[in-house]
Design a binder for this molecule. Structure first.
Ligand code: FAD
Length: 753
């Protein structure tokens, strides 16, 4: 059914079989939360006519809970979204009011960016970003149902649109549902319970009920949020200030592009002599907004006593809440019950923005009754007179069992239906964003295929889309998140941790672009300037690596290095000399038992790359000695121009601090050289895992015919229907012996199939 597009209409006009006020798009996104925004941006930027429906246009990308993006492992996800061409990183950089790079005293595998963001500005900037994308139409409406198999034979398990509360039917080739905590959302605040998607917003009850008719397995989950206070009523002098980094690290690789092109000779196109002007030099990334501090606080014995005395009134403990909450992000009353020996709990006072006095109490999520919340807050010195702007509360909501999905986040039972975000059992803006991106990309690829089939009459639109985009556990935390969800499911809100990764050293924040940007480019999500900056950064790293592998330490270099060693008790940047292959997430101390000063007997003539393999030697310590070699190659290796320009301007050679963006790039090369052996060993393990992943299990495979598999295992395997042996091996309870058995029966059944 060819699509017709009357001019001016955002949606194309209905086909003859569709009611008059129907509209048609290629891709529909339900919900403009953190998942929906990424999905919509990706599908539209891939050239598909995309509509984004949400309950309230003024609350696009609302940060329901903490006013922060990133943190350990979450920062890795934001970098991966950005490297693939997603938008969360750029938006966070544009409205961050405090930036910190966490864990720099530990190995590079666990370094992770985090930013406090101005919540109101985050919504505005995200909306601006979405409204700047051609092909993307944002609409306020409540989606109440999905259209099944229409207009194709009803029996065909296909979703081809949505029904709106006002009766309109919107048709499309693919639908991505990202409704967060809204499906049958129920808020609990003490004894009070009421239906809501989050505070102040209605729940999605009709869609929640209609989704049940699809027959998908569901779970009931819960999350919670702390009270918000009026900052003018807080005695800040009673709290320890926690400022951001003086030289902040942005999330987005594109935020650094301007810095990275500094000093690069570019032509102004006039062809006149001297038209090759060096781009202006900026030394450090400057966040566009004023930077402010957070504050650290702790509970008092009175706080704990008060909560203990009232824990029986918490919906968590009265059985009022049936949803399962996150063990890793417990409410304050949960912490007190679970850790009775702890005499105090730390929490943070985080500003919600520059133009508001609202303060978020990170670490005090609660659903205790209001009177208890008030007393709890007032039991903290400095908060005795604090006014509460919003109470804390818990919310429970419906989520879909993610083992219903495949690696593209498509619902296995339906063509054209994708789910992303909290609806899949995760918790967190970042976890939602990476899923939204993957679901949006795959919905776009499916719609593109369906559109081609539509335009070639007689073709069968239900053929599975040949083109999909997936990431596996060896490539990205996003791949780990999705694989964990679809293989193991989740019985509590799933949050990302670096400990979930088998190959942490491969999946660092600094090499997310090396791992993923080429994919983003192929998908059409990385534009030319970003691609050029990416290639220049890769070229810089490669040039430095070959320089380190070819340059020997001469007398001057040795003198300079010894001076640097003597001067650095720990380099201000935190001497991040990695340990041997001990998973490098560990703290530095072990490797640097041999403190720098003890290795003054460095052998002249040693290759810099060899020196870098010494635990105590870091790239920061080597750089002063290496600088002359870099300078000497200024003309022959233009790749180094941005570094040399920034190092010169920063006065680095005369004791100025090393700009953090350069340090971060140098660290990539340091890690590659310092852990080469370990990375190679991991590469072999990765290859074995990929081989396992390559062994497909056909859809018709009969686990019941595999004698030796326990009934419980057969049930699990039948429920998940893993696509590969590798995925089967990760299903909880499926033993290596069972995997070996399946491998045998694969050959047997293949012979008789
Ligand atoms: C009270 C609370 C506390 C939280 N605490 C934490 C925490 O401590 N740590 C943490 O990591 N995460 C927490 N979160 C979760 C975090 O907010 C989510 O993980 C994240 O926002 C999920 O993003 P999402 O895109 O899946 O959904 P959301 O961001 O929830 O967006 C869903 C969107 O769907 C829209 N929508 C819903 N139903 C419909 C419909 N029928 N039709 C059209 N549009 C619809 C809504 O308007 C909204 O824009 C909390 C959330 C809440 C509500």
């Amino acid at each position: 059914m060819p699509l017709s597009h009357p001019s001016g209409a955002s949606g194309s006009s209905p086909t003859p079989s569709e009611p008059s006020f129907a509209e048609r798009f290629d891709v529909l996104i339900v919900g403009a939360g953190h998942a929906g925004c990424e999905a919509a941006a990706a599908a539209a930027r891939m050239g598909l006519r995309t509509a984004l429906f949400t309950l309230n246009l003024d609350l696009i990308a609302q940060m329901s809970c903490n006013p922060a993006i990133g943190g350990v492992a979450k920062g890795h996800l934001v970098r991966e979204v950005d490297a693939l061409g997603g938008i969360m990183g750029e938006v966070a950089d544009s409205c961050g009011i405090q930036f910190r790079l966490l864990n720099t005293s530990r190995g590079p595998a666990v370094w992770s960016p985090r930013a406090q963001c101005d919540k109101a500005l985050y919504r505005t900037r995200m909306r601006e970003k979405l409204e700047s994308i051609p092909n993307l139409f944002i609409k306020q409406a409540e989606v109440v149902d999905l259209i099944r198999g229409e207009p194709l034979q009803p029996a065909n398990p296909r979703i081809s649109g949505v029904v709106l509360r006002d009766g309109r039917r919107i048709f499309s080739h693919a639908v991505v549902v990202t409704t967060g905590t809204f499906l049958n959302g129920l808020i609990h605040c003490g004894e009070q319970t009421y239906s809501a998607g989050r505070s102040g917003e209605a729940a999605s009850v009709l869609l929640g009920e209609n989704l049940k008719k699809l027959g998908l397995r569901e779970t009931r989950l819960k999350t919670g949020t702390p009270p918000r206070l009026d900052g003018r009523t807080i005695d800040w002098s009673r709290f320890e200030e926690q400022p951001g980094d003086a030289d902040p690290t942005p999330f987005s690789f594109r935020s650094l592009a301007a810095l990275q092109s500094a000093g690069l000779k570019t032509t102004d196109g006039s062809g006149q002599p001297g038209d090759r002007q060096a781009a202006p030099v900026a030394v450090r990334w400057q966040p566009p907004l004023r930077q402010i501090s957070c504050h650290i606080a702790v509970t008092t014995p009175q706080t704990l006593a008060l909560i203990r005395a009232n824990v029986h009134r918490s919906p968590m403990f009265t059985g009022q809440i049936s949803g399962v909450g996150p063990r890793y992000c417990p409410s304050i009353e949960d912490k007190i019950v679970r850790f009775p020996d702890k005499t105090s709990h730390q929490f943070f006072l985080e500003p919600e923005g520059l133009n508001t006095h609202e303060v978020y109490i990170n670490g005090m999520s609660t659903s205790l009754p209001m009177d208890v919340q008030q007393a709890m807050v007032h039991s903290i010195p400095g908060l005795e007179n604090a006014e509460m702007l919003r109470p804390g509360y818990a919310i429970e909501y419906d989520a879909i069992d993610p083992t219903e999905l495949d690696r593209t986040l498509r619902v296995k039972q339906f063509h054209g239906l994708y789910l992303a975000g909290q609806i899949n059992g995760t918790s967190g803006y970042e976890e939602a964003a990476c899923q939204g991106l993957i679901a949006g990309i795959n919905a776009a690829l499916f719609a593109r295929h369906a559109r081609q089939l539509d335009s070639s009459p007689g073709s069968n639109p239900d053929e599975a889309s040949p083109d999909t985009f997936t990431l596996d556990r060896t490539e990205a935390y996003t791949g780990i998140l999705i694989d964990d969800l679809i293989s193991k499911g989740t019985d509590e809100p799933y949050r990302m941790f670096t400990s979930r990764a088998e190959f942490r050293l491969h999946l660092r924040i600094d090499n997310a672009d090396t791992r993923l940007t080429p994919y983003g480019r192929r998908l059409g999500l990385i534009d030319d300037p970003a691609w050029a900056a990416f290639q220049a950064k890769q070229a810089r790293a490669a040039a430095l690596q070959s320089l380190l592998e070819a340059t020997r330490l001469d007398a001057d270099g040795l003198q300079t290095l010894n001076a640097a060693l003597a001067a650095s008790p720990r380099s201000p940047m935190g001497a991040s000399t990695g340990t041997g292959p001990a998973e490098t997430g560990s703290t530095q101390t072990s490797a640097t038992e041999t403190s720098p000063t003890e290795i003054v007997s460095l052998p002249r003539g040693e290759l810099y790359a060899q020196l870098l393999k010494r635990p105590a030697i870091t790239i920061e310590l080597l750089l002063p000695a290496l600088l002359p070699s870099l300078e000497a190659q200024r003309e022959t290796r233009p790749e180094f121009a941005p570094w040399l320009a920034a190092l010169t301007t920063s006065g680095y050679a005369h004791g100025g601090a090393l700009p953090v963006w350069i340090r971060n790039e140098l660290k990539t090369v340091e890690t590659t050289i310092k852990f080469a052996g370990y990375l190679a060993q991991q590469q072999r393990t990765i290859q074995r895992l990929r081989d396992d992943e390559a062994r497909a299990i056909p859809a018709w495979f009969n686990y019941r015919a595999c004698s030796g598999l326990s009934r419980e295992m057969v049930e699990k395997l039948d429920r998940v229907r893993p696509l590969t042996l590798g995925q089967a091996s990760r299903i909880a309870g499926v033993t290596p012996a069972a995997v070996a058995l399946i491998q045998c029966f694969l050959q047997i059944q293949a012979r008789t199939a």
